[in-house]
Design a protein around this ligand. Structure first.
Ligand code: PEP
Length: 244
């Protein structure tokens, strides 16, 4: 799966151009492997455009609020996300863990809400630079994965995103990604979880490195931030997938 995480970028004009570009460049089979996560205010229009242009790309939200909190000004719950065309939701992105201090108990509520609404989840985990330097990577990842055990999810992906690689241009090296992905697979499959769709890597991916990363056996996809904003670059990344 190729996940385009637009973060807080984009416009209605960009959305239309981007989706038209995807339709012209990627065949249906490749489109089916793509997930667009634009800012939530564009999801409804994205859904309309996908129907109008007869595309096979999926849509996801970048965040969800727990449905257990009924009075939440500004909140958007899973049923609202579904009603505007979202099939997936990203939970646990390091930017939200860091900036909004989203910790395990809130993330667990978000996972439960996604599960109740039948949303598929992209659950992000990753270590910071100092955690890596202190040889804490695997402990941190195992700790972050623990809450997955506490909820019956529908289909879900793990996105392994080393925090030091996000938006920095410092893509993790191939051996490192290989080693960490194997560890994550062992950990998640030890819970014997149904619906586990695999692990995607995220962190400064562009088309110059995507083919090498995708050639790693344990990598089932890519979570792409900055490089997903340009339709041509995003499509180039998808086209480097030689597993078709
Ligand atoms: C991300 O948004 O999670 C991400 C990986 O961003 P970038 O590709 O820009 O590093």
């Amino acid at each position: 799966m190729f996940i385009a995480n637009w973060k807080m970028n984009g416009s209605l004009t960009m959305l239309e151009e981007w989706l038209k570009g995807v339709g012209k460049t990627l065949n249906k089979s490749l489109q089916k492997q793509c997930l667009l996560c634009p800012p939530v205010c564009f999801l409804s229009e994205a859904s309309n455009l996908i129907s109008k242009l007869n595309l096979s790309i999926s849509l996801g939200a970048q965040n969800i609020d727990p449905s257990s909190i009924s009075s939440l000004t500004g909140g958007i719950d899973g049923s609202m996300l579904r009603s505007i065309g979202s099939e997936f939701v990203i939970i646990g992105h390091s930017e939200r863990r860091d900036i909004f201090k989203e910790g395990d108990s809130l993330l667990l509520e978000k996972l439960k809400s996604a599960s109740e609404e039948g949303l598929k989840v992209v659950f992000c985990i990753g270590e910071s630079l100092s955690e890596k330097e202190q040889n804490q990577t695997l402990n941190i990842l195992r700790q972050q994965l623990k809450i997955i055990k506490k909820v019956e999810l529908n289909e879900f992906m793990i996105a392994y995103e080393p925090v030091w690689a996000i938006g920095t241009g410092n893509t993790a090296n191939i051996d490192y990604i290989d080693k960490i992905h194997k560890e994550i697979i062992d950990e998640v499959t030890s819970y014997q979880k149904e619906g586990f769709l695999g692990i995607c890597y995220g962190g400064s991916v562009d088309s110059s490195i995507s083919k090498d990363i995708l050639s790693i056996k344990g990598v089932q996809g890519l979570l792409i931030g900055g490089a997903s904003l340009e339709c041509e670059e995003f499509c180039n990344i998808v086209l480097t997938n030689n597993r078709n």
